[in-house]
Design a protein around this ligand. Sequence first.
Ligand code: NAD
Length: 358
Amino acid sequence: MKTYKIALIKGDGIGPEIIDEAVKVLDAVSSRYDFDFSYEEALMGGCAYDITGDPLPQETIAISLSSDAVLFGAIGGEKWDNLPREKRPESGLLRFRKELGVYSNLRPAVVYDELINASSLKPEIIKGVDIMVIRELIGGIYFGEPKGRTEDKGWNTMVYTKDEIIRISHHAFKIAMKRGKRVCSVDKANVLDVSQLWRETVEEVAKDYPEVELSHMYVDNAAMQLIRDPKQFDVMLTGNIFGDILSDEASMLCGSIGLLPSASVGDRIGVYEPIHGSAPDIAGQGIANPIATIASASMMLRYELGEIEAANCIDKAIKLALSDGYRTKDLSQFDAKEVCSTSEMGSIIANNTVKCKH
Ligand code: NAD
């Protein structure tokens, strides 16, 4: 029997709670299919800083690179907000992504029919929304030089090389070929030189994919169009900061940020993580929604391990939990038959995998 080695990085805040539920579901699904998991835990974020003085210990990179995939919770919290920037949890995460070379972040935003009333938009606007945001993850303004701070001035630089744009564009077009064959590239080419290069380069790459329809949209318009008519989008291709913001916006189409998974992939192994943060305001209360992390585990099976049937099984198990009326607190006002804790939701989804095989 095949055994996949998974690096588990639980992180801070609700990270440990939600990862535990994803592991519960992975173990349930593996027992129904012909593979197994072995897990190795690694530290990152504030918890890593507290123990080692470094938010990203070298050992975490080593454990990750010797695994088949990384399942990641979330990092950060007020306790570490006043540390020097390089010691902060968020710096550890940015360094981690760079070290692993995960340049492409896939963020699906799919509206579950069962949660149609949870969106702040009208049902007819959001029913059937199925968007894949493809966000460049290790370039752009979060990494560009020069950057710096003095008492009364702060600056960052948005830089993209042509090669970086080519690489992420190919990924977006390849994903679009497996979906609705439409790519909308988001930029600010009317103002930014970096965006002009982005637009020209995406146009060049598009020539390799004649079946895919390419459109361009300025980021401010894209933010508006996502709310006005989200169904117009299939794949949205974005740089780092634009994708960060637009995918959080897209999460609200779906009802709760606690539902949205992501996959960060590149040339080496992938990192699978919810799009939300460590939610310190609800940590330790057993009320976090684990679905984003469980769905991230499903993306890991699908995109990294090639266990498509098992991934489909988890996706169906999530839908079944929702259609049976189970809701965590974030969604308790929306057609809930029973409000359940983080751990109860994990157990319900794990148990559903029995019914959802095939
Ligand atoms: P957040 O995503 O942690 O929380 C935003 C809001 O959404 C909060 O009200 C929170 O309670 C709620 N929420 C988030 N996840 C939820 C879930 N699974 N179930 C129910 N509700 C959920 O964003 P924030 O408050 O801006 O940031 C908190 C910390 O997380 C900060 O330190 C930030 O830097 C960090 N952060 C980390 C990541 C990451 O690890 N990838 C991403 C974003 C933010």
